[in-house]
Design a protein around this ligand. Sequence first.
Ligand code: BGC
Length: 266
Amino acid sequence: MQITLDRQVALITGASSGLGYACAEALAAAGAAVVINYHSQKDPAESLAEKIRARGGQAIAVAGDVSSEAEVDNLIKSTVSAFGRLDILVANSGLQKDASFADMTLADWNSVISVNLTGQFLCARAALRQFRQQQAKPELSRAAGKIIHMSSVHQVIPWAGHVNYAASKGGVDLLMRSIAQEVGEERIRVNAVAPGAIKTAINAETMQGDAEKKLLELIPYGRVGAAEDVANAVVWLASELSDYVHGTTLFIDGGMSLYPGFRNNG
Ligand code: BGC
């Protein structure tokens, strides 16, 4: 069976770089019309949209801060006015503001929680409202809408120096599963992906040489991930092939969440 998302519309938040960018590119390659949301990096978002259009796909770039209720509502409006509907939300936007716990400021805490957790709440809620008011297209997808949350291995692995980030991702887990429990009977599918160490433009330097060697001790599968590893899983979760997958987090981490320290210890 082949994966196709033809005639479906996907909104990907935080898609001007990194995992969101790769997800938008992969969803478009699978046939979806994509809305590339960005916060401040307009140029890479616009050029991704152009690249997709040049390949014969459909794409637009739309600015918006996922922690703002009004801007999230506007994102959905822009999606519907460009492509008529919304079938797939990838709630991807996220950030880190790292500090040791005693030094973590309230501003560091609030900015991470408001983008990583409140942003996912606002986007999922807006998507759900849109799914409810549009007509389902069972010939394209048995689900009446699909929500994919971007989580992290740190929804289960505690992370010293990053308590705001780990708390936000722990929150995403129960946000996702509670929504899934609530809306499953409407045939709206809700899942998450939890990436481990993935090399993107932003962190490439911290994943080279000795730093990469040290990181690999935490990855039983023996390589750092690529953004495409995550994007491929997102495409599958958005597709008919995963129609019975609901309320689940798919870890894409080369085994990082397997407590690798125990391998040679005990
Ligand atoms: C973080 C990365 C980190 C990885 C594994 C991700 O959620 O965003 O910075 O390398 O978890 O620790």
